[in-house]
Design a protein around this ligand. Sequence first.
Ligand code: 5AD
Ligand code: FES
Length: 346
Amino acid sequence: MKSLIDKLEKDSILTKDEFTSLIQNHSDDDELYAAKKARKIADDIYGKEIYIRGLIEFTNYCRNDCYYCGIQRSNKCAERYRLSKEQILLCCEQGYELGYRTFVLQGGEDPFYSDEAIEDIVRSIKSRFSDCAVTLSIGEKEYESYKRFFDAGADRYLLRHETANDEHYRKLHPAELSLEHRKNCLYQLKDIGYQVGCGFMVGSPFQTAETLAEDFLFIHDLKPQMVGIGPFIPHQKTRFADEKAGTLKQTLFLLSLLRIMEKNVLLPATTALATIDPTGREKGILAGANVVMPNLSPVDVRSKYTLYDGKVCTGEEAAECRHCLERRIESVGYHVVISRGDYKLV
Ligand code: 5AD
Ligand code: FES
C-alpha cells in the first residue's frame, strides 16, 4: 500500500477504489509510513507550531435529533444550559489572558439565539478582541443568516458533514435532516468567504471503507481550510449506546491520509481522541494534526455538554487545561503559539 500513499502525496487524490482499498487493507507498517510522511508535510508548512482554539460551548439545547449525539432533543436526561453574552465574553477574557487568539462558539441548534443575538455576540467579541478570530459552529442555517454573521465579523465556520454517503447519512440522522442540505450549507459558507471546516466521526455506526473513501472525495472537492475528525464514542442515552467506539489506530491513520491529501489543511487532534486514549492528542499531532481546541466554557457547565460518554477535561479550569496541554504538546517536541492560527496557503 506504500505506493498508494506515495501516489496520494504526489497527486493529492486517489480514485474511490484506491481509497477504499488503502483504508481497508493497509498494514501497521503503512500506518507508520503515512504518519511519518504526514508529519513531514505538516512540519514543512507549519513548523513545530501548534495552534490553539478556545472552545466555548455556549448552549446544549438542540432542536435536532442526531442519533449519535448526547445532546439530541429527545435525550430527556440532559441537563440543559445556555450562556449569556456576558458569560461568553468572560470566557473570552479569560482565554485571551491565557493566550487564545481564536474563540470557537459551539452549540446545539438552539433557536433561542436569534440571528441578531448571534451577530451581537460576534460583534462584541470582535470589538473587544480585535486581534482574534471568531469561529462559529452552530449548525445549519439559511444563507442570509450565514452572511449576516460573516458581515458581523465571524471569520470561520465549522460544520462537520458527518458522512458523505447518502445512505449512511440517513442511518445516522432522522428523516428531516439531509446530506444534500448539509453539503449545500458548506458550499454556501465557502462562497460567503468563511474559512470552513467539515469533518466526520471515525468508526460511526454503519461506516465502511467505502463511505470513508467518499468522505475523502468530498473533502477533496470542497477544499475546506479545516477538517475535524475524531472517534465516534457511544453515549448511553442514545440508540447507539451499545455500538463500538471508533479506534485510535484508525483515527490516526485517517488523520495522516488527510494531511497527505490536503497538505495545508488545519487538522485538530480532538477531545474525542484524547477521550479514547490518555495521550490521544499527542499521538494525533505525531500523525499529522496541528491544532488543539481545549475547552474555555465555565467549569459548572462543562460536564453538561456531553456529546459522548467519558469526555476528558470537564473538571479542569481553563488555566489548568491550558498548561496541561502545553506540557503535553512539548512532550512530543512541539509548542503552542499565541496566534490566530490562520490557514497557510504556502
Ligand atoms: N461521538 C463522537 N463525536 C460525536 N459528535 C457528536 N456525537 C458524537 C459522539 N457520540 C461530533 C459530531 C459533531 C461534533 C460537534 O461532535 O461529529 O459534528
Ligand atoms: Fe485539559 Fe490536560 S489537556 S486537563
